[in-house]
Write a protein that binds this ligand. Structure first.
Ligand code: ADP
Length: 247
């Protein structure tokens, strides 16, 4: 097994004549939290979409656990241990928190939830769904519909549904976007708790969250890697300061 769960080699994505991601090399260490940051237009979303196979690279290669997944479909990688959570909340709004998590468990196990299923199976699914909700502090919200949850709790539910798929690699797109200080703290704590046994890649604007959680940070600017390393290092890098502040 390689030390790196995910590797991007010389990854490039052009839209027409515009190069949004330009020859990026990225190595994600197994068990780490790796943040991708950078000013607006740096290519973060494009990079994220490439890594999750939502878009196809113009050139370059993506390796997952040493296997070339460049030509895999998004639906294929989801079943192989890479799960992406979305910037826009991806839970089913009219299902309860419990039903949402149960659905992700059913997806993982490939089972339907019908009355003709054995009682044992159904109660097993329910018990695991409740445990997952508990893990993210949502146990008392189990029977509320997702649409009724406060925003921060909705993101927690989204993380619970992602965890239900038992991903080896979890990709989080702006997990604290649009949140107030309290929710940011709650989601940061939550990510810190669920990192055990998995690798997390996240695009995140909030540098406080990045400083607290990320082991390694890749700074993108104009589609290229500007700097990489731990927070203390990249935050002092004059090139990074310049890219952020325009000074
Ligand atoms: P970030 O997420 O860092 O803000 P993006 O990856 O969204 O940056 O965008 C990087 C650049 O690529 C931007 O200049 C953006 O306008 C351009 N871009 C992104 N997606 C497309 C697309 N589908 N077609 C054309 N240009 C795009």
């Amino acid at each position: 097994m390689t030390d790196y769960i995910l590797e991007a080699n010389d990854l490039t994505k052009s839209f027409g004549g515009f190069v949004a991601v330009n020859g990026v090399n990225l190595r994600i260490k197994r068990g780490s939290i790796h943040a991708i940051i950078g000013p607006n237009g740096a290519g973060k979303t494009t990079m994220f979409n490439l890594l999750t196979k939502f878009i196809t690279p113009t050139s370059g290669k993506i390796m997952f656990n040493g296997k070339d997944i460049t030509n895999w479909k998004a639906s294929e990688i989801a079943t192989k241990g890479i799960v992406r959570s979305f910037q826009i909340s991806a839970v089913f709004p009219h299902l309860t928190a419990l039903e949402n998590v149960r659905l992700s468990l059913q997806t993982r196990l490939g089972v339907s939830y019908h009355f003709w299923r054995s009682k044992a199976l159904l109660s097993e699914l329910d018990a695991e769904a409740v445990a997952r909700l508990d893990q993210v502090g949502l146990k008392e919200y189990a029977h509320l519909r997702a649409v009724e949850l406060p925003y921060g709790r909705k993101r927690a539910l989204e993380i619970a549904t992602t965890l239900g798929l038992e991903p080896e690699l979890m990709l989080l797109d702006e997990p604290t976007q649009g949140m107030g200080t309290e929710d940011v703290g709650a989601v940061t704590g939550l990510i810190g708790r669920v990192r055990e046994g998995r690798t997390i890649v996240m695009v995140e604007h909030n540098l406080g969250v990045v400083a607290e959680l990320a082991d390694t940070i890749t700074v993108l600017a104009r589609g290229e890697v500007l700097a990489e390393g731990p927070y203390e290092e990249v935050s002092r890098n004059p090139l990074v300061m310049e890219a952020y502040m325009g000074v």
